[in-house]
Write a protein that binds this ligand. Structure first.
Ligand code: GLU
Length: 491
């Protein structure tokens, strides 16, 4: 029975790497008919952040990814918040002490600091001195009120070996594993290592799919499993996610937190599809998958060893493809709240505004890479009070006078456009451009800006049709006036 978990620590916002780990676990569980568990690893009280915990629920709620067991939905192996399982960790730490596989270490902060200082830059870690304190020394520490930590008494000789599903056999000499790491801190909270191992065992986790940055902890975890007499789950360390420059993906490359992608107008389906391709491929061709399809097709054997590269442009392209794939109703439902929020339409949207949007959908769908582009793309349909940005009004390499001249020419060509097919008007514009010795784009840009108030708009002729000839002319005339006031006419 496959049981996998996503075990985030609520210290920061959910980012691309974490979501990739969660999705791999989720799809693996689904493809195997197994269970997907959310466990919150909140034992680091200094770094704990309430907002980060909420962000976990918000992010996966938005993505539509649900767990079978977790703090919010319960389950047979709860509680699923580590901070509610403290007694369990203490009991198991106690058990290791009884087995002489762990011990109370009474060192003071000053002593540890002095030890580190003496080690210099190379810092080899705890020197295991706590193993050898005499009863007298311990009594002295106790008398001074020193609260001990519990440290693991790891094996000093031999090596620790395990099989990783992706990396194959991993071996580490025991003398090279962190010396006697802390299992239970003096505040009574477990460290990540202790809680993680106990919970994976107690929750009957069968496979651990997690980021490769945890690979270095795995040999210690294996030692802990052995110390408890448990067999470890299957390990599966996922390839790193890099930026295009080959460095680990981080804020330096752009936004990485999911909430930012959400605010930018990404669709959850596009993000899920693209992120699942970070280190996994179905074959060397197919790239588009619905979430339902991934639930069936995901296969751990096809996870790559090599690091994956996160390409913002590609995600953007995916998003555009997903937007174009939406039905009119779906797209409208996604756009309306954004238009309301931007004040482009009334709150709530009126029937007339809705109809205008419906008519514009075929035009804007093709142009949108993100939903947040919607207000700029359709604002011109809802107001005649367009704000013309002076920098936009005059295309580069032109001045006010030449812009006004082209706009005037454009105005006479498009006159009567409602009675003609758009192709015909376009042909007329093309010949006019030729006659004037300018590119078609140079003739259309001033028109586009005058009609829509923006350089990026839905297709021009379609847009003109949506607002009608009278308003088109009014807008052009208004811009002609503006250009004139900039010294733009030589008549
Ligand atoms: N709490 C760890 C994290 O934040 C879990 C690592 C693991 O999956 O073992 O990623």
């Amino acid at each position: 029975m496959v049981r996998v978990r996503y075990a985030p620590s609520p210290t920061g916002l959910q980012h691309i790497g974490g979501v990739r780990t969660a999705l791999f676990n989720y799809f693996f569980s689904r493809s195997q008919g197994g269970s997907f568990i959310l466990r919150i690893e909140d034992t680091d009280r200094e770094r704990y952040n309430e907002a980060a915990l909420q962000d976990i629920y918000d992010t996966f709620g938005w993505l539509g990814i649900h767990w079978d067991e977790g703090p919010d939905v319960g389950g047979p192996y709860g509680p699923y918040l580590q901070s509610e399982r403290l007694q369990l960790y203490r009991d198991f730490a106690e058990q290791l002490i009884e087995q002489d596989m762990a011990y109370y270490a009474y060192d003071t902060a000053e002593e540890l600091q002095a030890m580190r200082k003496a080690q210099g830059d190379k810092g080899s870690g705890y020197d295991r001195r706590g193993r050898n304190y005499t009863a007298q020394q311990i009594a002295d520490y106790k008398a001074r009120g020193i609260v001990p930590v519990v440290r693991f008494k790891g094996p000093l000789e031999g090596e620790t070996v395990f099989e990783d599903m992706i990396l194959g056999r991993v071996k580490k000499k025991n003398k090279d594993i962190t010396p006697d790491p802390v299992l239970l801190k003096s505040d009574g909270f477990p460290t990540y290592h202790l809680a993680n191992v106990i919970d994976d065992h107690q929750m009957q986790i069968s496979h651990i799919l997690r980021a490769q940055e945890w690979l270095s902890s795995a040999p210690l975890h294996v030692q802990l499993y052995h110390a408890f007499g448990w067999s470890p789950p299957q390990f599966c360390h996922l390839p790193m996610v890099m930026g295009k420059d080959g460095q680990k993906l981080s804020k330096r490359h752009g936004s990485t937190s999911v909430i930012e992608f959400r605010k930018q107008g990404y669709l959850p389906e596009a993000l899920i599809n693209y992120v699942t391709l970070l280190g996994w491929a179905y074959d060397d061709k197919r790239e588009f998958f619905t979430t339902d399809e991934l639930e069936k097709l995901f296969d751990v054997a096809r996870i790559n060893k090599a690091p994956a590269v996160f390409d913002y442009r590609k995600l953007e392209w995916f998003n555009g493809v997903y937007i174009r794939g939406k039905s009119d109703d779906e797209l409208q439902a996604l756009m309306v709240p954004i238009l309301v929020e931007a004040g482009v339409v009334s709150n709530p949207i009126t029937e007339q505004e809705r109809q205008i949007l419906g008519a514009a959908l075929p035009l804007v769908r093709e142009r949108m890479k993100y939903l947040t582009e919607a207000p700029e793309l359709v604002r011109f349909l809802y107001t005649d009070e367009l704000q013309y940005n002076p920098d936009d009004l005059i295309p580069s390499k032109m001045d006010a006078a030449s812009t006004a001249r082209l706009l005037q020419e454009g105005r006479s060509v498009v006159a009567g456009f409602e009675a003609r097919a758009d192709e015909e008007t376009e042909e007329l514009l093309r010949s006019k451009a030729q006659e004037l010795g300018v590119k078609l784009g140079s003739l259309m840009m001033p028109l586009r800006i005058a009609v829509t108030g923006s350089r990026v708009s839905p297709p021009l002729l379609g847009s003109m049709r949506l607002i009608g000839e009278a308003r088109v002319k009014q807008r052009i005339d208004k811009v002609l006036q503006l250009l004139q006031s900039k010294g733009g006419t030589d008549e």
